[in-house]
Design a binder for this molecule. Structure first.
Ligand code: 13P
Length: 249
């Protein structure tokens, strides 16, 4: 079912004491929300965060996982390991994973398959780089990122998929896509899904926007008809800022 979702991607920030402070601050700020709320701490802090938030309205999710079930993959974490510490949702395909860890469509296809086999929900990220937008290739780039990884999936798999459009040029730069640019891309994505599958399915998918979402711009961005929430980086590291964004719904 299409839901409003606000997810905080903490990236490689916060050690254990800092994680505890932020979690307690989040719980202090608000007791409920009109949107589904998630936070993604680092691997070492996942179980701690899960235990702290398990009776709250905030879900703890993972930033990444490997596609293999187990084995000789030094430094990696499997779906089963995440599930064993209470994690049911994973972010896949973030532009930082694509850029710095060489994650391509082939790898992401395997990760998506593994997450689905393990009955996990996926926040699947994609988005164009600045040069793609400047050369007017942004729609094609986004179309390929979605098509290559997700369009082989059966219709039933889509109940586990949340999409997150994150234009790379807007991540951590303070430069946000305008609400109109976000809406234009989100409508394009929904239309792609309608063409490949059907309108009912397309209307059920939550499509989040990510890239310099702040308390000051969240309401306007989330107000667009095809924007169903946000994936928040920098502003999710401050409980007050994050909750103001959550309360933009
Ligand atoms: P910022 O909100 O810091 O731009 O990061 C967005 C992001 O990458 C979320 O995954």
């Amino acid at each position: 079912m299409r839901k409003n979702i606000v997810a905080g991607n903490w990236k490689m920030n916060n050690d254990l004491p800092q994680t505890e402070v932020l979690l307690l601050d989040l719980l202090d700020q608000t007791k409920s929300s009109n949107a589904e709320v998630m936070v993604a701490p680092t691997f070492p802090n996942l179980y701690f965060a899960y235990k702290k938030l398990k009776d709250s309205f905030i879900e703890v999710i993972a930033q990444n996982m490997h596609f293999a079930p187990k084995g000789a993959y030094t430094g990696e974490v499997s779906a089963a390991m995440l599930k064993s510490v209470g994690i049911k949702t994973v972010i896949l395909g973030h532009s930082e994973r694509r850029e710095y860890f060489c994650e391509d469509d082939t790898i992401l296809k395997q990760k998506v398959a593994t997450a689905l086999e393990n009955e996990m929900r996926i926040i699947f990220c994609f988005g164009e780089k600045l040069e793609d937008r400047k050369t007017n290739h942004h729609f094609k780039v986004v179309e390929n990122q979605i098509k290559n990884v997700l369009f082989g999936l059966p219709e039933t798999a889509w109940t586990s998929i949340i999409l997150a459009y994150e234009p790379v040029w807007a991540i951590g730069t303070g430069e946000t896509a305008t609400p109109e640019q976000a809406q234009e891309m989100h409508a394009f994505i929904r239309n792609l899904i309608a063409e490949k599958y059907n309108t009912t399915l397309a209307n059920e998918i939550s499509i989040l926007y990510g890239g310099s979402v702040k308390p000051g711009n969240a309401k306007e961005i989330f107000g667009k008809p095809d924007v169903d929430g946000g994936l928040i980086g920098g502003a999710s590291l401050n409980a007050s800022d994050f909750m103001q964004i959550v309360n933009a719904f």
